[in-house]
Design a protein around this ligand. Structure first.
Ligand SMILES: C[S@@+](CC[C@H](N)C(=O)[O-])C[C@H]1O[C@@H](n2cnc3c(N)ncnc32)[C@H](O)[C@@H]1O
Length: 375
């Protein structure tokens, strides 16, 4: 952790700029490898392997050894009511992001994923994407996973980027961005993000909020962190057609109970199906729609038709086999993976007093929402 991060950090219940840093060890690049942040109320927040941790209650790792080592009082903390649910989802993502550290950082991945960001933000090309970030002064990315997008944003904005993740993804993001002076990483639950309200001119949570216990509450929690006039982007799963919901529920029921290791294995059949259908490169033309399954008339790539409407069988040649398999795992293993409709999201935003927003389906399985917080 860079010491310049400290003035920005503001755990729930504290006033801004009240944390005091104590350093126990530094890395060769001068960053705090091990240390502690002291609150004026006696609470302390450890920094371990370069990442400050603001998790509470059941979400918190066991800090007994750390406390003993540094002669700190043991402290009891409580988390919000739904933290138990969140903890179950963390098992999936801590495992995933410890394994797939290079996701999104390889050139082939970037072409696909950054292109996808252009579509999600309604931009034409990479040039417009870099300009989109070039106007930002303070960004918060929640749930950065490997950190590839935090890295991209930090490289292209004149300000600072804060990446926050509840799972061990925080450590992967830290390692993948530690060379960037304007990028800081914290481990925290976005429901208790340790930053002042109205603080960021851009907040992004891509594929994250539907994995929390309550998507709407997560939208509201992050909306509070957006500065008036700032923008907030989130991508969440869209309610899908009946056949896909039926298959997903059926598969999830058994896959969710598996350990991550077992679930990766169990996903292999789906991954192979996706690969083989994709390599067929076959198309079908339907003259009539099937409204009951939300399948429109027209020409469909067969793999996409199956993927969007019947079963998640992801395959993309930009990724190796294990990464493709991980995308299927990512769908079927997390404890929480809510789906929402455009109307629902519209209602949330209206309640928040938002009048400027757009929703697109750059990914037909999801809703890409970009809004501006009123001044
Ligand atoms: C599917 S991954 C998406 C990663 C990245 N945004 C991407 O698009 O590749 C979801 C991420 O959200 C994080 N996450 C889930 N719930 C969270 C919460 N309550 N607070 C912070 N991060 C959360 C997970 O740990 C995980 O890293």
């Amino acid at each position: 952790m860079r010491t310049s991060a400290v003035p920005h950090l503001c755990p729930v219940g504290l006033e801004p700029r009240t944390l005091r840093l104590e350093v126990f060890a530094r890395d060769a690049d001068g960053q705090v490898k091990e240390g502690v942040l002291h609150g004026p109320d006696g609470r302390w927040y450890p920094i371990i392997d370069g990442v400050p941790c603001f998790l509470t209650g059941i979400l918190q790792p066991d800090f007994t050894e750390f406390a003993k080592r540094h002669d700190l009082p043991l402290q009891e903390t409580t988390a919000h009511n739904a933290a138990e649910e969140q903890a179950k989802t963390n098992t999936t993502f801590s495992d995933k992001w410890r394994r797939f550290k290079n996701y999104g950082l390889e050139p082939k991945h970037q072409k696909f994923l950054l292109g996808w960001y252009c579509e999600k933000f309604g931009l034409n090309d990479l040039d417009e994407l870099t300009k989109f970030h070039a106007r930002r002064h303070r960004i918060l990315e929640c749930g950065p996973g490997s950190g590839f997008n935090s890295r991209f944003m930090a490289e292209h904005c004149p300000g600072t980027v804060f990446a926050l993740d509840v799972s061990d993804a925080a450590f992967t993001t830290f390692e993948n961005t530690r060379d960037l002076e304007n990028c800081f990483v914290v481990q925290a639950d976005l429901m208790e993000a340790p930053f002042p309200d109205d603080y960021f001119d851009f907040v992004i949570a891509d594929g994250v909020l539907h994995h929390t216990p309550d998507t709407r509450a997560a939208v509201e929690a992050l909306f509070r962190k957006v500065a008036p006039g700032g923008e907030f982007f989130f991508y969440i799963y869209k309610k899908m057609g009946a056949a896909r919901v039926f298959t997903d529920d059926h598969i999830r029921e058994s896959f969710m109970k598996l350990s991550p290791e077992e679930c990766y294995k169990a996903c292999e059949g789906l991954t192979e199906l996706g690969r083989e259908l994709s390599r067929l490169d076959a198309k079908v033309t339907l003259k009539k729609p099937i409204p009951e399954l939300e399948i429109p008339a027209g020409t469909h790539n067969v793999q996409r038709l199956l993927y969007y409407n019947f079963v998640k069988c992801f395959w993309n040649e930009a990724f190796d086999y294990d990464t493709n398999n991980m995308v299927n795992f990512d769908w079927y293993h997390p404890h929480n993976a809510w789906q929402h409709t455009e109307d629902e999201v519209g209602e949330w935003l209206e309640t928040l007093g938002v009048s400027e927003w757009c929703i697109n389906d750059a990914n037909p399985n999801g809703l890409s929402v970009l809004l501006t917080k009123p001044e």
